[in-house]
Write a protein that binds this ligand. Sequence first.
Ligand code: DAT
Ligand code: MG
Length: 155
Amino acid sequence: MQTTLVIVKPDGVQRRLAGRILVRFEEKGLQIAGAKMMTIPLATAQKHYKPHEAKPFYPGLVKYMTSSPVLVVALRGKNAIAVVRKMMGATFGSKAEPGTIRGDFAISDGYNLIHGSDSEEAAAFELGLFFQPGEVQTYDMADTPWVYDTSSDLR
Ligand code: DAT
Ligand code: MG
């Protein structure tokens, strides 16, 4: 089981797509382990996008991410990091495959609706950046015996 960080970015909230984005992950079988609305503080956005600090789009990216509230979500499930990345689609909306979130709802390069952690290290760092201890819950789901094959090691 992995837990990953998803952010429905300012354009996703403003375009009233937060529910439609979240429902896709629920329908897939991922568990909502944590969720909150926030306006990302400047320092947090800078830390989150530190790997892109030297890129030309970095100032605009930080400005956009702090410009309006976002929905921050912790999602848990089997291979959650890769599953979420695949469901998000390619970075640029115009390049993302239909059937993915960006492919279906985005056409912009920068305003691409959603963030998802891209590795285990990134997920651990980003979950710690956006959630306080105790805000990400551990709990059993009633449908787990039907979402996963709990009778075998394959699940
Ligand atoms: P992703 O969000 O798919 O992980 P990334 O980590 O490479 O993509 O970049 C972070 C965000 O920065 C991305 O969601 C949108 C923005 N971005 C990346 N490359 C860009 C570019 N060439 N022009 C404008 N925005 C860009
Ligand atoms: Mg990235």
